[in-house]
Every structure is written in C-alpha cells, then in structure tokens.
Design a protein around this ligand. Structure first.
Ligand SMILES: Nc1nc2c(ncn2[C@@H]2O[C@H](COP(=O)(O)OP(=O)(O)OP(=O)(O)O)[C@@H](O)[C@H]2O)c(=O)[nH]1
Ligand SMILES: [Zn+2]
Length: 188
C-alpha cells in the first residue's frame, strides 16, 4: 500500500493556486500547499490501511443475537469531485462461533474505509464485506446516510438532500424479519 506523496501534493496545490490567478506567496496562502498536503495525508490515510486488521480484536462470547452500532459519524471524500460527503453509518452483525469484536473496531472500520477517495455505494459494500470476511458472522447489515457537498455547494445545489445506501449479507439478506429488526433498531 502506497504512502501519500506530500511533496507532489504541495506542487499540485501550488499550481492550482497559480491557475486560479492567486498569489501563492501572499501571507495567507504561502503555507497552504503544505497544509493541504498534510490534510490529504490525513483524510486519505485509509489508503495505506487494511481495514480488516481492526477486526482481529475478538472476544469469546456466546452471543448469537444482533449487535448494532448506529450513528457512527464519518467524513469521506467524493472521488468524482474531491469534496466531502458527510454522514452516519449504522453497522450490525450477528456473531457466529462465540466470537464478537470490540465495538469501537466497527467504527474504526468505517473510519478507515471512509478515508479514501470514495463512492457511497463502495463505502457501504466494503464495510459489509470486510466484516463478513474477518468475523465470519451469521450476517452483516450496513446502512449509510450522507449529504454530498458536490450536490449541495455546486452543480445541482440541493443542500439537505441525503443519499441512503445499504448492504446486507447472510441472515440479513435471507430473512425479512432480521432486516426489519435491524431497521427498527436504527430508527429509535
Ligand atoms: N453513485 C454515486 N454517484 C456519486 C457519488 N458522489 C458523487 N456522485 C455523482 O457523480 C456524478 C458525476 O457526474 P458527471 O456528469 O461526471 O460530473 P458533473 O458534470 O460534475 O455532474 P453534476 O454533479 O451533475 O454537475 C454526479 O451525478 C454526482 O452526483 C457517489 O457516492 N455515488
Ligand atoms: Zn461528487
């Protein structure tokens, strides 16, 4: 996995500032290429990570009911426009084999996968798939709701509109009752 090349970002941001007719030497802008490079290293830090490693934290617990961590806030970056999309993820799974993971690890997975140039659909799917792969549970469900700034601050300009995506695996896919339980739990 590649590390972010901050020198390249600095150069590119300098060129953008010049291209929009700004003076990159003026006081407010002179450190901007460096700031943006550091910011990109932060908001794209997930590129250098395997989100699955967080799920290596498991505890033995005979719990075979649904576990839901809801309202996990995230900031991601739309890969089409490189502006943020911001929202919440709700993540549920039904453990199998007496194996549960740390609750914060589910939020860490969301965070890691969000910190990449993303599509909301892919973010949603990747969260579900990594949990299926690493925990091998009876099922996983993920709902993501987000506002895309590329639809709010520019283009079609519809602030407040939300996109909702879901991914269901295993029992959540097979059983309408399990899906309904999940939906009722994330509503309250
Ligand atoms: N499916 C999907 N589309 C997205 C996501 N983020 C942004 N988009 C869309 O990507 C599309 C890119 O469309 P283009 O026509 O190539 O770009 P554009 O000319 O800037 O389009 P407008 O946003 O309509 O002005 C837009 O419709 C965006 O709303 C996402 O997470 N999922
Ligand atoms: Zn966009």
């Amino acid at each position: 996995m590649q590390l972010i090349e901050q020198a390249k970002i600095r150069e590119a941001v300098l060129m953008i500032l010049e291209a929009i007719g700004e003076d990159p030497e003026r006081e407010g802008l002179k450190d901007t290429p460096d700031r943006v490079a550091r910011m990109y290293a932060e908001i794209f830090s997930g590129l250098a990570e395997d989100a699955g490693v967080y799920l290596e934290c498991v505890f033995t617990e005979e719990h075979e009911e649904m576990i839901v961590v809801k309202d996990i806030p995230f900031y991601s970056t739309c890969e089409h426009h490189l502006v943020p999309f911001i929202g919440k993820a709700h993540v549920a799974y039904i453990p199998a084999g007496g194996k549960v993971t740390g609750l914060s690890k589910l939020a860490r997975v969301v965070e890691s996968i969000a910190r990449r140039p993303q599509l909301q659909e892919r973010l949603t799917r990747e969260i579900a798939d990594v949990i299926m792969k690493k925990l091998n549970p009876q099922g996983v469900a993920v709902v993501v709701e987000a506002e895309h700034l590329c639809m709010s601050m520019r283009g079609i300009k519809k602030p407040g509109s939300k996109t909702v995506t879901s991914a269901v695996r295993g029992l959540f896919r097979k059983s309408a009752k399990t899906r309904a339980e999940f939906l009722s739990l994330i509503k309250t």
